[in-house]
Design a protein around this ligand. Structure first.
Ligand SMILES: [Zn+2]
Ligand SMILES: [Zn+2]
Length: 360
């Protein structure tokens, strides 16, 4: 049996092609394989960067593979050793499905940074195929039941929520009462803001550009930011200085992928504070000048992040199920798979769009 799938090619092309429907018992996850019918799959920034425009530095999968990793699916068939899910269950998918299990990082439970396998070799959507197709196959171990209180459509944001939990809690160790500046009000920035809010951090400041004034900054405010700052109208360093009486914020989460916020983040964090540089990671990182003196004399902790570890999913599902994090307002558009180009265009260019979901 064949189906339509949005295939990512090693040379950077994306094509809507005929691909085989995956079969239970005939894949690397057998006998713990689960066949999913995809309800929705979100379009992530990393999908967009593999598409058009400037692909400098962008990493491509080593083989032709159906892309898409922000998946909500319904279980249709299970392998003989599967016990935790059954046909009809609604599930979301962890993306790190391959890791060696014996390197130093894996022994710490940090499968996302397995020292043996590269990120491209570790993620299901680069190896066995993702969610931009009607069916996909997943290992039981990396599936989570979607709580009844989370709808199919908004469920596409569970993966970025787990990623935000990974950034805020697992990597940054943000605590209740800590002040936070989030640079960049995209879907990920607003999810990180909500995770900070959920665990009692604050005050929370979110910065953006003129283009973020109509939708993204008001959305950040509505979902719990204490103040939003348009850096094209206000000087970020001056504003944060004023708000923190010259001390700086405890935590800076840089999520823009632009050069200037790298240096800004070192200026607006307090001495002994923590900085996350996450923006631009999805397209292979950015090159930015860093004044190491600022890091040295302020004893700043600069931290990186990628994907998630399994426990981040436990936390993310709890936060979404109990509505401590609101996903629904962030899924602003949906398209059928045959209109994927329009969907990608919108996600890449629209100021009104936060997350687009594809219906295969
Ligand atoms: Zn993503
Ligand atoms: Zn490993």
């Amino acid at each position: 049996m064949m189906m339509k799938g949005l295939v990512s090619h090693p040379n950077g092309d994306l094509t809507l092609s005929e691909v085989p429907v995956p079969k239970i018992g005939k894949n690397v996850y057998t006998p713990r394989d689960v066949l999913l019918e995809v309800r929705y799959c979100g379009v992530c920034g990393s999908d967009i960067h593999r598409w058009k425009a400037d692909k400098t530095g962008v990493k491509f999968p080593p083989r032709k593979v159906v892309s898409g990793h922000e998946i909500v699916g319904v279980v249709r068939e299970v392998g003989p050793k599967v016990t935790r899910v059954k046909p009809g269950d609604r599930v979301v998918c962890e993306i790190v499905t391959f890791y060696c299990g014996h390197c130093p990082a894996c022994r710490e439970g940090r499968y996302n940074i397995c020292n043996t396998l590269s990120p491209m070799e570790g993620r299901a959507h680069f190896m066995t195929g993702g969610g931009f197709a009607k069916y996909t196959v997943w290992p039981e171990q990396q599936l989570h039941k979607l709580p009844d209180s989370v709808g199919d459509l908004e469920g596409v944001l569970m993966e970025p929520t787990a990623g935000s939990v990974h950034s805020i809690i697992t990597r940054m160790g943000v605590k209740a009462g800590q002040s936070v500046a989030i640079l960049g009000p995209g879907a990920r920035g607003i999810l990180m803001m909500q995770v900070c809010r959920a665990i009692g951090a604050g005050p929370i400041y979110v910065s953006g550009l003129d283009r973020d004034v109509p939708v993204r900054l008001p959305m950040a405010k509505m979902l719990g930011a204490d103040e939003v700052i348009n850096v094209e109208k206000q000087d970020l360093r001056a504003r944060i200085g004023k708000l923190t009486k010259g001390v700086g914020v405890d935590v800076v989460l840089e999520n823009t992928g632009s050069v200037e916020p790298i240096d800004e983040s070192l200026d607006i964090v307090r001495k002994g504070g923590k900085v996350l540089w996450a923006g631009g990671g999805i397209r292979g990182g950015i090159i930015a000048p860093v004044d190491t003196y600022k890091i040295i004399v302020k004893e700043i902790d600069v931290i990186g992040e990628i994907s998630q570890v399994p426990y981040d999913w436990h936390t993310a599902i709890f936060l979404a199920a109990t509505h401590r994090v609101h996903l629904k307002p962030l899924v602003t558009h949906q398209y059928g798979l045959d209109r994927w180009e329009e969907a990608f265009d919108l996600a890449a260019t629209s100021n009104e769009c936060l997350r687009v979901a594809i219906r295969p």
